[in-house]
Every structure is written in C-alpha cells, then in structure tokens.
Design a protein around this ligand. Sequence first.
Ligand SMILES: NC(=O)c1ccc[n+]([C@@H]2O[C@H](COP(=O)([O-])OP(=O)(O)OC[C@H]3O[C@@H](n4cnc5c(N)ncnc54)[C@H](OP(=O)(O)O)[C@@H]3O)[C@@H](O)[C@H]2O)c1
Length: 253
Amino acid sequence: MRMSEIQKTAVVTGAGSGIGRAVALALAGAGWRVTLAGRRAEALRETADLAGPGAPVAVLPTDVTVPEQVDALFTAVRERFGPLGLLFNNAGTGTPAVPVDQLPYDTWRSVVEVNLNGAFLCAQAAFRAMKNQHPRGGRIINNGSVSAHVPRPDSIAYTATKHAVTGLTKSLSLDGRPHRIACGQIDIGNAATDMTAPMRDGIKQADGTVRPEPVMDAADVARTVVHMASLPLEANVQFATVMATSMPYIGRG
Ligand SMILES: NC(=O)c1ccc[n+]([C@@H]2O[C@H](COP(=O)([O-])OP(=O)(O)OC[C@H]3O[C@@H](n4cnc5c(N)ncnc54)[C@H](OP(=O)(O)O)[C@@H]3O)[C@@H](O)[C@H]2O)c1
C-alpha cells in the first residue's frame, strides 16, 4: 500500500440526524464504508435507508457516554470492515439558554457527559484502533463549533465543552504524530438541524435582543468533512470553520 492511500472505513457518531446524517450520506456517496452510531436505532436506520439499497452502511446503536458500548462499537467495526480510516466524532448536545446562576448541576453534567466524555471515549477507542492496526494510522475529525471560540449568552455548558473539544483535538494531533494519526476539527455555525431550530425563530444576542439568524444547509458542512477525510494521512486540515455567511459571528454582532 502506498503511504498516501487511505482506508475508506468510517465511524460517524450522531448519524441519525442533522450533521451526522448529512456527513454519513456524503461519505457513503464518496465510497466510504460507514458505520452509523447513535442511541436511536430507528433514526440510524432512516439514515441507512436514505443512503439507498446496497450502500455500504452499517447501523450500530451506541450511547457514546457508555465505555462498554463504545468499545463494542469499535470492535464490531474492526471485525466487520477491518482497519479504521476515519472517526467523525460528532455526537453532541446542547441545552436551552439558561443563565449561569440558574443552571442545574445535572444539566451541566449531562452536557459534559456527551460533548466531552463521549467525544473522549470515541476518540480514545479510535486512536487505539488506528495505532494498533495494519496499516497503521487514520484520521479523527472532531465536531467543535463556533462556540469552541466564542459563547452565546446563557450557554456556559455548551461553550465550555466545545472549548474542551479544541483541547481534545490539539492533544490528539500531537499524540497522534508518531502513529500516523491525524486529527482535525470542524467548527460549524448555524447549519439547519434540529439543534439550531431556534435560530430561525429568534435567539438571544449578546446585547440582550432576540433576533432570528441565518442558517445554511448541513450538506455544505458534509462536503467539507468529506474533503478533510479524503486527504492523504500526510496532510491535515487542522481547523476549519464553516458557517452561515451572514450570521453574527465575525465583527461585533
Ligand atoms: N447545527 C449546527 O449549526 C452546529 C453548530 C456547531 C456545532 N454543531 C455540532 O454538531 C453536532 C451535531 O449536531 P446537529 O446540529 O446535527 O444536532 P442533532 O441533530 O441534535 O444531532 C445530535 C446527534 O447526537 C447524537 N447524540 C446525542 N447524545 C448521544 C449519545 N449519548 N450517544 C450517541 N449519540 C448521541 C444524537 O443521536 P441520538 O439522540 O440518537 O443518540 C443526534 O443524532 C453536535 O456536536 C453539535 O454541537 C452543530
């Protein structure tokens, strides 16, 4: 195998909706064998159906916060498809806007559990697989957010965990160097999914006003992830920001 050839086996977490679904379909369309992970089996099966008959996709219901389920996911992928080329570490959750002094600790913990602990468990399992497999190496793409850089009002749990994803990305990049493991991050702003439904009705701005915000198609995010995934392992998009062009992010508002 030439150094630049990549294993086209992928795991996508949160593949039953939104960005995960769009990325899974785009990867399958680009010739990847894709394992769809997420808690809701029915939603994953819908994604598989959308990929079309005979598409090389497998459904594996997984809660990314449960270490045994994450281990079982990556073991099953190895047994079924062989060496792992890509993890799109996408599963995530938010909360309705809550002022920091009123945020219940359980809510904080539930966001940390998915966005940080779940992302870590999946990245760790992928890293282990990629380090030990033949041919060695692979790529992890973490789904951060523009909230990995700047907060929205009343979003401390989401913002803090997405900043933490940047730490995961940087550590995985560094620790992956000797093992041919590349790690990059996509930071998205306002793709039209269930999570961003409030953007269309109106969302609190930094100045306290409530205004609707522009959104973009999740398929345009997916095209970027496919590009990042298709590079040879000797090249890496370290960070990519893909956002609705006129959303309030660049500039002051
Ligand atoms: N849409 C945007 O503009 C935007 C912007 C920045 C970042 N993001 C990030 O993009 C990712 C996907 O979000 P989305 O917009 O596509 O929203 P979404 O449709 O709500 O997707 C979230 C996905 O995560 C999965 N998930 C949640 N908890 C899980 C768990 N414990 N185990 C396994 N899967 C779990 C959900 O599947 P199940 O419920 O079936 O488990 C769901 O498919 C998130 O990390 C989000 O922070 C999105």
